[in-house]
Every structure is written in structure tokens, then in C-alpha cells.
Write a protein of this length. Sequence first.
Length: 437
Amino acid sequence: MKTTMSETPSVQDGLYQRAERVLPGAGLGGYSLPEHARFVIDGARGARLISAEGREYIDYVGGAGANILGANHPQVVEAVQRQAAKGLHFFGTLNSTAIELAERLLGLIPCAEKLVFTTTGSEATAYAMRIARAFTGKEKILKFEGAYHGNHDYASFSQFPTAPANYPQASSDSGGVPAPLKDTMLIAPYNDLDVVEQIVRAQRKDLAAIIVEPVQRVIFPNHDFLPGLRRIADENDVLLIFDEVVTGFRLALGGAQEFFGVKPDLASYGKIVGGGGPLGCVAGREDIVDRTNPRHKGKSDYAYINGTLHGNPVAAAASLATLELISEPGFHDGLNARAESFYLEMQGVLDRHGLPVRVTGRASLWQFLFSDKDPRNQMDILASDLERSMALDLALLERGVYVLPNVRRFVSAVHTDQDFADTLEILDTTCRDIQSL
Ligand SMILES: Cc1ncc(COP(=O)(O)O)c(C=O)c1O
């Protein structure tokens, strides 16, 4: 990474100076990289991002998981251009691209009998919670410690804990969230069915739903966890919501539902379903999703849903092109197998250097953890040496491997063997230095 002491700022430093004046922390959200590692993206080529200074980065951030085909797959770009020429945006009346997409999604999402479009994954989880409350007439939602469901108020509890919680009490992650909401959110540790069952039994009269990331960040579920949640939800008259914003269309074409063989009542989608554009959805049982039917306006079990960009035709076109490409036979098996053999090769490099790092993950989701075991819950993540994994990630980033420190990352279908080979070589040289980090 270029650092310059010259009087005239580099192109990139100039962009950062401009960004500092107009964007808090010179960022686009929750991440702020240290000065020596940060860069401005100008474009993409396959799985390589090109910085404003023309430097290449091998991209494992993948648009936070949206870019399973890279940032500018030619077929997706062409579909977007074609649709843009017909119209960028309409509202209030159906558009034919959105109808075609809804039909396609109903054929792919196992639990989907009907769906409603949203603009983002956050909206999709917020609406899933609202629909569950409207349908059951109950107010509380159980979420898991360390789970991320987006940026809205109800999701902003116990996402970033630093110590074990007093379950089921939620802790707030953000200023500005009204205090009474805290009592509507219940928290349980991921992968612990006993605690979940105790909480659900005690709260069933007020509990509308359990919401779970089927793979929580990079933590995979124990084999009985998701079936156990299904059973507990059924036995206690509570709905089960899968947040498939990351896992949807990634683990398998049918997402976590197909990969783990468990069907929720509702599922929220974002990221891949938008093909890189602003589109998400909530899909699920017809009787539940129908609570959003505008013909029910005025009834107490009607759940209001609306958004200027819902079903946006350009995003829908990007989605249809993406779905076509990832529906090719063997797409997910091939992606997952290539990713997993890459993890083994990375593990080999780390082991040769005697670093106590684990490449944790499966399918196309992974992360480095300084730990001797795969994590089962958020407390296992906190027990790992997060300072050292952050140092390793930042050292890789400086050397041209784009990972965000201590954030789960992705392999995409456009990573080539050369991308993997270059990454392994950079990891090897980084490991020589990391001993002293
Ligand atoms: C599991 C999960 N749910 C919801 C969201 C929120 O999606 P969005 O950023 O599109 O609002 C994210 C985003 O990273 C996510 O990972």
C-alpha cells in the first residue's frame, strides 16, 4: 500500500481528504480502515478490484457477499443496461420484470409460497419481524447473541457483545434506539437448544418469532440446531424466520433451507438476490405473507409494507441474470468444493509457519481465527485472539488481499486458480512477518 510523505497528495490521498470533509470517518458505513491499509475502489476486473491508484486487490469481501459472480459480470451488466434503457424506475404499478422475478424466486426458495419485495436485507428482516408480529398478535422476537440482521432498531441489540449476556436480556449496540424496544427483543446463545427452549417456553405467550442466521456470521450450526429450532417453534406456537440475506443462493441454490434441509415459516433475503442492485425480499408461507396484502388495510393483522424502490426493475433484471447463471447445474457444488480446497491450502501455509490460526468456514464463507477449534457461538469468537487475527488481516490487506479485519469473507465464482495461487503466495510472505505482529 502506498504511503506518501510528498507535499502533493496522491490521487487516493486526495480522495480521502475530500471524503473526510463530507463523510463521517471518510467511510460508507460501519468500517473505517487505518490509514496505512485503506484504499478507494475505482473498478473491478473479475475477482480483482482496482484502486484509484491503479493497484489490484484480490477481492474476498465480495460486496459483503452480494457479488457471487464478481462486481461486473458481463451478462449481469448487459441485463442491467437493457433494462435501464427501458426504464430505471417505476412505482405504484407492477412492472413485468418484477413479476418474472417473483415467479422465478418462488420456484427456487423452498419455503416460498408468496413473497414481498424490499430494497435491502435490513428491510427484509425488519418486515419479517413485523409480519410475524401481525400474524401472531404477539410482540417479542428472539434473536441470537452476535447475530447481525441489519441496521434497523430491532436488529441493533446484542450484535457486538463483549461479555456473556444475562439471557434473555438484550443489550443495545447503538445510541438513538428507543429504550422500550429492548424489552421486545430476547437473546439466546447460538447453538444452544436448551437455553432457547427454556426462554421460548417461558415467553411463548408474548413471543412472535425466532429469527436466526442459519450460519451466524462464520459459525456453522450443530447438526441438530436448526431442526431443533423448527421443533421448538412448532411446539410453542412461535414462527421461525431464517435470515438468508447471506446464505440465500450462496450455500446452495435453495440457500440454507436446501443445504441444511430445514424449512422456516418466513425467510429474509438481500445481497445475492439483488444481483448487486438494491433488492431484497421476504418469502414464506402464503397465509403469513398475505398479511401484507393491501386489501387487508385497516385490519389489526395487516402488516404495512411499502417502499419507493420495491421491485425496482433494474435490480430485478440484475437478479434474473444472476439467478440464471447460478442455476447452471453444479454451480454451487463446484464453488463450494473449490473454496474448501483453497481453505485447506491456506491452512497448510499457516501450519508450515507454525501459526496457531484456523481457517474456519465451509462452502464459500470463511475467516481466520487464532483458535484451536471452530467456533460454536459468539463467546468462542471472543475467546479467540482477535487482535492477532486483525493484525494478520490488515497485513494481508496492505499486500493486496482485500479482507476486512475480523469480518467473515467470501469466495466467488470468478476467483481463478491464479487468484488463489497469488493469495497463497501473499499469505506465505505475510506469515513470515506476522510472527512479530
Ligand atoms: C445476515 C444479514 N442480515 C441482514 C443484513 C442487512 O442487509 P443490508 O446491508 O442489505 O441491509 C446483513 C448485511 O450484512 C446480513 O449479513
